[in-house]
Each structure stands twice: as structure tokens, then as C-alpha cells.
Design a binder for this molecule. Structure first.
Ligand code: KIV
Length: 280
């Protein structure tokens, strides 16, 4: 059954963890859906993880829509979250137009960074479920540092979280904040919190799918690398390259033959037409 906002809220209320993971393509979406991921994030992390961009500010609406459409084709039950990318929600009108485009292409909700109550109000007024994002905000903070270690900053994050909840967000991502702060915010809010690098007491966790698969050589403290697909993929491609270079692939089992009679007819036709053919 397709998951929705009420389902995510009921998980918080039942003290069941919400499972979230990023996804950028169709085959992975099928697997994440099958594995029971509650929320699939088509995040602007697509820029650095898939598109080879320097940072999140290079990601465009067209990029998100392209990947969102692929993910949506593979999902049956998971709730799909799509990021409003950098500069796509400068005014309430612009945000609404872009959020509507994401919803039209398969998003069940949209996410935006920072304390932007005027944008949240506008989206919620138009029935677009909206998720907030506080702590480290990759679109706006170039230094990837922990946010809220000091009293004043922690207080600001708590107040922003309460303000966003009042404005109508249904869920809040807390990125790279100290565990204690994430726990306070989670306890203060009625809506679910999803942590990334923010400790154990959020209502759910999200990670970058490439990091859990080990697709990239990078190792982040906030992530857990479950497999080493970088090494596995490289080894597999090297084996393929060796097989092609050494005439080991393809073999009899990878190819198709023409029926004898058809081949004979073709050879006769070639001979008649003075075309030399190096087969007997
Ligand atoms: O861009 C993204 O995928 C995200 C999550 C990892 C929080 O915002």
C-alpha cells in the first residue's frame, strides 16, 4: 500500500523508526521499494553523487525532474520526497510553480532548506506536503560542519523547527546537528524528524544510497558503508575488458546462428553478385 503523511506520523506516534534513503534511478527505486524503505529522497545530493557536480548549488529543477521521473517509475509503496533545488524557491510564487512541477512528475512531497515560513505556508495552502531541512543546509552552507553545538545556534535551530512546524511542515530533516539537540527537537515536535549525521534519537534516519553501497571511495563519519560496490564494479569492468581484449567474450552461449539453409542461400546470393565472402 502506498505510504503517506499519516502513515509517517503514525510511525512517530508508535515509536517505530522511519526508514529513508536517497535514490536517483529506476532499478534502485525498485529495490528500495521492495526493501520497505518508507521515504525515498530524490535529493539534490544527485548533483555530487551522480552528475559529477561540484556542489548542490549546480542542481537544477530539470535535473531533479529527470531523476524523479525515473524513480517514480520504479516505486509502488514508498513515499517519494523531492528536493526543491537551489534558487527554485526564492518567492512563494516561484516555489509553488516548481513544487507543482515536482508533484506532477511523481513527488508525494517536496523539501526545502532553512527557515522559510512564507514558502511553507504557500505550499501547504495548495495541499503540497512540505518537509523542512535544518542544521547543515547543503544548498546554503559551503562548509560541511556540525550546526548547533553552541547554545545560541542550538536555540535558533529549536525555534526554527517550532516555527516551521507551526507553518505546516509535516516532517523535518535534521542534518549534522549534535545528538542532544536532535533529541530535544524530536521531543518538542509532533511531526517526525529524520536525521542524517544527527544521532540516534530522531524519528527516522536517511542516508545517501551511494554511501551505504560504497559506490564512492569517500568514507563519511555520518554514514555506514555496508558494501564495497566501488571495488566490485571496478573488478567486474576489468574482467569484462580482459575478456573482450582476449577474445574470451562472447562465447557460443552468448550468440545466435543462422539456420544452415538460410546461410547457404545468402552465400549463393553473394557469389552471384561478385561479392567475395571469406566463409566456406
Ligand atoms: O539531498 C539530499 O539527498 C538530502 C538528504 C540526504 C537529507 O537532502
Amino acid at each position: 500500500m502506498k505510504k503517506n503523511v499519516d502513515y509517517l506520523l503514525s510511525k512517530k506516534q508508535a515509536h517505530q523508526k522511519i526508514i529513508a534513503l536517497t535514490c536517483y534511478d529506476y532499478p534502485t527505486a525498485i529495490l528500495e521499494d521492495k526493501a520497505g524503505v518508507d521515504v525515498i529522497f530524490v535529493g539534490d545530493s544527485v548533483g555530487t553523487n551522480i552528475l559529477g557536480y561540484e556542489n548542490e548549488t549546480q542542481v537544477t529543477m530539470d535535473d531533479i525532474v529527470h531523476h524523479l521521473k525515473a524513480v517514480n517509475r520504479g516505486v509502488k509503496d514508498s513515499f517519494i520526497l523531492a528536493d526543491l533545488p537551489y534558487n527554485s524557491y526564492q518567492t512563494p510564487e516561484q516555489a509553488l510553480g516548481n513544487a507543482k512541477r515536482l508533484v506532477a512528475n511523481g513527488a508525494d512531497c517536496v523539501k526545502l532548506e532553512g527557515l522559510r515560513p512564507e514558502i511553507v505556508t504557500q505550499l501547504v495552502k495548495h495541499n503540497i506536503p512540505t518537509c523542512g531541512h535544518l542544521g547543515l543546509q547543503p544548498q546554503h552552507h559551503s562548509v560541511k560542519a556540525v550546526h548547533g553545538k553552541k547554545f545560541e545556534q542550538a536555540k535558533e535551530i529549536i525555534q526554527a523547527a517550532l516555527n516551521l512546524e507551526k507553518s505546516g511542515i509535516f516532517m523535518l530533516v535534521l542534518e549534522l546537528v549534535p545528538e542532544e539537540l536532535a533529541q530535544i527537537v524530536t521531543n518538542e515536535l509532533k511531526i517526525p524528524t529524520i536525521g542524517i549525521g544527527s544521532g540516534r534519537y530522531n524519528d527516522g534516519q536517511v542516508l545517501i544510497v551511494n554511501d551505504i553501497l560504497g559506490v564512492t571511495p569517500r568514507k563519511f563519519r555520518l554514514a555506514k558503508k555496508y558494501e564495497d560496490f566501488q571495488t566490485l564494479t571496478l573488478k567486474t569492468i576489468e574482467k569484462y575488458a580482459q575478456d573482450v581484449a582476449g577474445n574470451i567474450f562472447p562465447t557460443e552461449e552468448n550468440l545466435r546462428h543462422m539456420p544452415d539453409e538460410e546461410l547457404k542461400a545468402l552465400q549463393q546470393w553473394l557469389q552471384k553478385n561478385y561479392i567475395s565472402f571469406g566463409m566456406d
